[in-house]
Ligand binder design. Structure first.
Ligand code: 13P
Length: 296
């Protein structure tokens, strides 16, 4: 059976109903997208393949849609292709036009009202294509980022925790499909606060109807991730963990070859390690065997 790419709405509705989270894993090329989907197929899990602004120049938006949908036809699981963290509304619009079934517009470094206005405009555009929109309120920091992310005055290294009342208002006025929350994680190798703010998460979950998203999963203990899922997280973003495996594999291959490596061998290694790592994440998130369990 083949399936087209699905939106966040379709992939997260069963997760909401059954209390698990779907992993959103960063791809950068056809090989890594294929590894993510192969892992999900082996675990009988739905999966979200994400392309971030850093990865976008590798293939471009249109090629990414074509390649991921072609590859997805080889697998019998729901696959969502999602644009991650785009701060540029023109890029988000281009992704929607290219056929992305899901996008994140990230104006979270701006004042809340401006964030809401920018997000609302993207939601209106997305409704025309049937795509879903994720946005963030509060700010999940990028401690390893060395340059300003955009032309706002906020410091990209520092997180700002999500205020539950502001989250409720933001979801109501924007009409988004999923909300990224800041509860103590940070992007990159730095794990942020040692403990996530579970009380804050529970309060946000009480006030907000749409599925909640956890960014900055790399470096968090599985127990903390599982607790966050019990309290309402339905999408978990993973990037640095995978990027590190890519870099380590290349470095090892270079060392073993004493300065030279045969690229195809190294890429095959990367794929095998990505499959193994993605499978481990899927296990933590509880989405393993959800496809079989739902009779699909
Ligand atoms: P990590 O890089 O910490 O895994 O975070 C990924 C992320 O949130 C991408 O949006």
């Amino acid at each position: 059976m083949t399936r087209p790419l699905v939106s966040l709405r379709e992939i997260l509705a069963p997760a909401e109903a059954d209390g698990y989270a779907v992993g959103a894993f960063i791809m950068c090329n056809a090989e890594t997208a294929d590894a993510i989907m192969a892992a999900a197929q082996q675990e009988k899990s739905p999966v979200i393949v994400m392309l971030g602004p850093k990865e976008e120049p590798v293939l471009g938006l249109q090629n990414t849609v074509q390649i991921v949908s072609t590859l997805a036809h080889n697998y019998d699981i729901p696959v969502c292709l999602h644009l991650d963290h785009s701060r540029d509304p023109a890029q988000v619009q281009a992704a929607l036009e290219a056929g992305f079934p899901s996008v994140m517009v990230d104006a979270s470094s701006r004042p809340d009202e401006e964030n809401a206005q920018i997000t609302r405009r993207i939601v209106e555009l997305a409704r025309k294509t049937g795509a879903t929109v994720e946005a963030e309120i509060g700010f999940v920091g990028f401690p390893e980022m060395t340059t300003e992310a955009d032309n706002t005055n906020s410091n990209p290294a520092e997180s700002r925790l999500t205020q539950p009342a502001a989250a409720e208002h933001f979801v109501r006025v924007t009409g988004i499909d999923a909300l990224a929350v800041s509860i103590g994680t940070a992007h990159g190798r730095n794990p942020g606060r040692p403990e996530l703010d579970f009380q804050r998460l529970a309060e946000i979950e009480r006030r907000v109807e749409v599925p909640l998203v956890l960014h900055g999963a790399t470096g968090r203990a599985p127990d903390q991730i599982r607790r966050a899922i019990q309290l309402g997280i339905r999408k978990v973003n993973v990037a640095t963990d995978l990027a590190r495996v890519f870099a380590d594999t290349m470095a090892e291959a270079l060392q073993e070859g004493q300065g030279f490596f045969w690229h195809a061998d190294a890429i095959v290694q990367v794929k095998q390690r990505w499959v193994a790592l993605t499978r481990r994440w899927i296990e933590v998130l509880g989405s393993k065997c959800q496809i079989v369990d739902r009779g699909g």
